[in-house]
Each structure stands twice: as structure tokens, then as C-alpha cells.
Ligand binder design. Structure first.
Ligand SMILES: *Cc1c(COP(=O)(O)O)cnc(C)c1O
Length: 474
């Protein structure tokens, strides 16, 4: 399988060429040149593999369709190491929880950091270690986080050969639980750096360090951002696992609702449907930051400024610009690289928006159903309360946005699966506000706030961050 840029650069690349890269050289995102098409016989075979051998075997089957440059036995070993009961809490890895007839939650947040990003990041850790070893290279991952992504990256890369992580976070601004999760890691290759500033200061430092090309090359600086194709591919697998659990055979359509921010999670659902998985509708749920809801209602994509980006109680969805959205638009435009370039490089830079109502309608008419909705803080509280009272299940704020929007789009006879993207313990303040009680704490995490911490506080100064990296790489 070759990978091409959404903006038209057609230099063919293999999976491992793009694994350690960010954007394509022309500023686009990588996509496979085509989506493998599954016949109904192949879909039935995958269901059998999943039923008899489990999630890791299913992951291997799907990844194999997109990866030619890792020997099958090695890829199988990587999948088997990644998707274990020990790491993800259950043998099913992503079990469905039934809330009512035909309405399910798919549990994606039982990994080490209790958010769905572990599903992809854990795989990425093993893939990176494998490929760096094969090349005899080292990688220093530099990132900025306000919570979920940074901790998922650290738990995926801890103890991995050839990899160090330097993770910047705004000093004193993450939740107590998130700080405890990250700072309690004692691994030598994980470096927590608390910056005296806000999240934007952290991001500016990452940009400044990565923008110094000499320093970047000399110290093998890389990232693990959400546009990485391997992350997206890992997420395709749980749409299949969810589908198989909700159905008996492969001719029933199933709808999915996905709490969305950077469009990575739901884009994986789009890929699964393009491969032939019978997904009826994909429903995009947003919070008050409704860039994506606006697009799917009107065809107008209008990015927001940071001043117009709200801080909400589902903070992992507080985005103003959906970094993976370009992949979907490239498919809607029939992979016309020049048009994608004109929209994402030119129109967005000039006007901050573009409109594609006719193209979106044509896409829907083509059997690709999309729906969307938004949820507010008040909706979130009401949904958390309602699901707890009616079903005895405590859900987090992001999943609550999903449930609220899913209920508006459920169709008679079609199962609806809402992707559960985090556990409530990560967002305790809102749970207390909704339920007047403390969130449930998974076993093994009692007292995590009292563990010794490994973190250095630095001023918001790129030079000092560079000096720290150089010291550790010497
Ligand atoms: C990252 C995240 C999201 C948004 O996922 P995208 O792939 O960016 O759309 C939703 N919920 C939680 C808890 C997250 O961590």
C-alpha cells in the first residue's frame, strides 16, 4: 500500500516511511492511495477471527491490509503485545455496555490513562520502538499537553528503547488527577516539564524548538500528534469490534456517535465504512465548540480564533480547527489535491473558512450518511444525571456529549453505538456538580495523588527547554 498527500504530492511512500513523520512535505496529510474493499465473505471471516482469536488478531488483520513493510510475524507480535487484558482491563478490550434496547456504549477508555487515546498510542509506542531499532535511530518526542494526549503518549513510550519524551504542560493548570497520572511516572526516559504559563505558551515553545531545524536534526526531535496515520489506523479496528458485538450477521447497518474534537476518532469510522463495514450513519457530537456541527449542518467550515474557542467541561473537545478534517474533505473531493490545497492552504489562510454544501450533499446521496449535533454544559450535566439514574452507569463529560447527540439521531431498528472516550474520574469536578458525589475510581488508582512526583518547573522560555533536552541527549 502506498501513501499519498491530500494536497497532491504523489511521491509514493510506505507505511514505515510516514510512521515517524508529521505532515507531508507539501503541508498535506497522508492517506492510503485506496481503501481496501472487504467483500461480505471477508467481513464474515474477520468476524470469525475476532470471535475465535480476539481483538489483537482482528487488529493484525486490519493493519495488514495497510502495512506491507513490516513482516507479518512481527506485526502480529506487535498487536499481541499491545492489546492485552493486562493493559486494557478486559479480554474483550473494547466491550459494549448496553444502556437500553439497541443503544450501547463502546468502552474505549480502560487503558492506562483512562481515555480512548490509549487505543492508538499504545500501538504507536510498540511500532516506534520496532522501527527505530530496525533503523538504528533514536527519537526525542517533544509535545505540549493540557491533559489527555500527553499522558497517553507518556504511558505508551515509558521504558521504550530509543525513545525519550519531553512533555510540556501549563504549571498548576491540569486537574489534580491528570497531574498525578503524568508526574508519578518514574521512568528515566520520561521528562515532565511544567511551564510557568498557559497551554498556548507550551505550544509556542514546541513550535520554536521544532522550528530551529539545526537543533531539531541534531537532537532527533519528533512529535506524536493526532494527524499521525498510524494512530488513525489503530482506531479503525474498534469500529469493527463494536459492529461485531452489536450484530449477529454482516447485513445489518449500525450507527455510531463519536464525541469529536480534532476529527481523528470519527475519521477512523469513515475509513471503516469506506472499507465496506456496514455503518449506517456516522454522527459527530461536539460541545460548545461547534465547528464540525456547523459543517455537517450547513456545509460551511469556519475555523475559530483562540479568542472564540470556549473552555468547556469537556475540554478534550475544545478545538477551533479540526486537524484531521482535511482527510475527509480529500475523499469528498475525489482526492483532487489541487482543490484540497486551494481550500486548506489558500481559502482558510485568507478567509478562515470555506463552503462545500453541494459536495457534502452529493456525498450523502452516495450512501454516506453523516449527522451531527452539539451539547452544552447544561446538557452534559442533565445527561450524566439521567444515564446514572436510569441505567446506573456513570459516564464522563465527553461521552455525555455523545449520548446527548446520539439520542437525537437514533433510528428505529438500527443499533446505535456511542463511543465512550474517557472515564468520569478524569473530570471529577463536573461529576460532583452533576451527581453530588465523587466519581468512581478504577482499582489500582487509589492514592495516586500522593505518589512521589517527577517534574521540573521552567519559565516559558524555549532556550531553557532546549538546554534541558540537550543535557539529556548528551
Ligand atoms: C481527544 C479526545 C476527544 C476528541 O477526539 P478527536 O479524535 O480529537 O476527535 C474526545 N474525548 C476525549 C476524552 C478525548 O481525549
Amino acid at each position: 500500500m502506498n501513501y499519498l498527500s491530500t494536497r497532491g504530492d504523489a511521491t509514493p511512500r510506505q507505511f514505515c516511511d510516514i510512521l515517524l513523520e508529521g505532515l507531508a512535505p507539501d503541508g498535506g496529510l497522508y492517506l492510503p492511495e485506496r481503501y481496501p474493499q472487504l467483500t461480505s465473505a471477508e467481513l464474515a471471516r474477520l468476524r470469525g477471527v475476532w470471535r475465535q482469536q480476539g481483538y489483537a488478531a482482528l487488529a493484525f488483520e486490519i493493519l495488514s491490509l495497510y502495512i506491507d513493510d513490516i513482516p507479518a510475524a512481527d506485526l502480529r507480535a506487535i498487536c499481541d503485545k499491545t492489546y492485552t487484558q493486562q493493559v486494557f482491563g478486559t479480554a474483550a478490550i473494547t466491550p459494549l455496555k448496553k444502556l437500553s434496547n439497541g443503544f450501547y456504549l463502546e468502552a474505549l477508555s480502560n487503558g492506562p490513562t483512562l481515555a480512548f487515546k490509549d487505543m492508538a498510542m499504545q500501538l504507536l509506542g510498540h511500532l516506534f520502538e520496532y522501527e527505530l531499532k530496525r533503523r538504528g535511530q533514536q527519537l526525542n518526542i517533544l509535545g505540549a499537553t493540557s491533559g489527555d494526549t500527553g499522558s497517553a503518549a507518556e504511558y505508551a513510550m515509558r521504558g521504550k528503547q530509543g525513545i525519550r519524551v519531553f512533555m510540556l504542560s501549563p504549571h498548576g493548570r491540569m486537574s489534580a488527577f491528570q497531574q498525578a497520572q503524568m508526574f508519578s511516572l518514574q521512568d528515566d526516559n520520561i521528562h515532565n516539564i511544567a511551564i510557568e504559563g498557559v497551554f498556548d505558551d507550551c505550544q509556542d515553545i514546541v513550535k520554536a524548538v521544532s522550528g530551529d531545524l539545526t537543533f531539531k536534526r541534531q537532537h532527533q526531535i519528533g512529535t506524536v500528534n493526532s494527524i499521525n496515520w498510524a494512530r488513525l489506523l489503530a482506531q479503525v479496528v474498534y469500529y469493527f469490534a463494536g459492529y461485531f458485538q452489536a450484530t449477529q450477521s454482516d447485513d445489518e447497518p449500525v450507527d455510531f456517535t463519536v464525541p469529536s474534537g480534532n476529527f481523528g476518532n470519527v475519521c477512523a469510522g469513515h475509513v471503516a465504512r469506506m472499507m465496506g463495514l456496514p455503518i449506517g450513519q456516522l454522527v459527530v457530537a461536539t460541545n460548545e465548540n461547534d465547528v464540525l456541527d456547523e459543517f455537517f449542518r450547513t456545509g460551511r467550515y469556519r475555523v475559530r480564533s483562540s479568542a472564540d474557542t470556549f473552555e468547556t467541561s469537556s475540554p478534550s473537545m475544545d478545538i477551533s480547527k479540526a486537524s484531521n478534517f482535511e482527510r475527509f474533505v480529500a475523499d469528498v473531493l475525489g482526492r483532487d489535491g489541487a482543490r484540497v490545497q486551494a481550500l486548506f492552504a489558500d481559502a482558510l489562510a485568507r478567509d478562515g473558512e470555506f463552503s462545500l454544501p453541494a459536495e457534502l450533499q452529493a456525498w450523502r446521496d452516495h450512501g454516506q450518511a453523516w449527522a451531527s449535533g452539539k451539547s452544552t454544559h447544561a446538557d452534559r450535566l442533565a445527561t450524566i444525571r439521567d444515564v446514572y439514574e436510569q441505567h446506573g452507569v456513570m459516564i464522563d463529560t465527553h461521552t455525555a456529549d455523545g449520548v446527548k447527540v446520539a439520542r437525537q439521531h437514533q433510528r428505529p431498528g438500527a443499533p446505535m453505538i456511542v463511543l465512550e472516550t474517557a472515564l468520569p474520574i478524569k473530570f471529577a469536578a463536573t461529576i460532583r456538580e452533576a451527581l453530588g458525589r465523587e466519581p468512581e475510581r478504577p482499582a489500582g488508582l487509589e492514592g495516586i495523588e500522593d505518589l512521589p512526583r517527577r517534574v521540573q518547573v521552567l519559565p516559558a522560555d524555549a532556550a531553557q527547554v532546549k538546554a534541558l533536552i540537550a543535557r539529556h541527549c548528551a
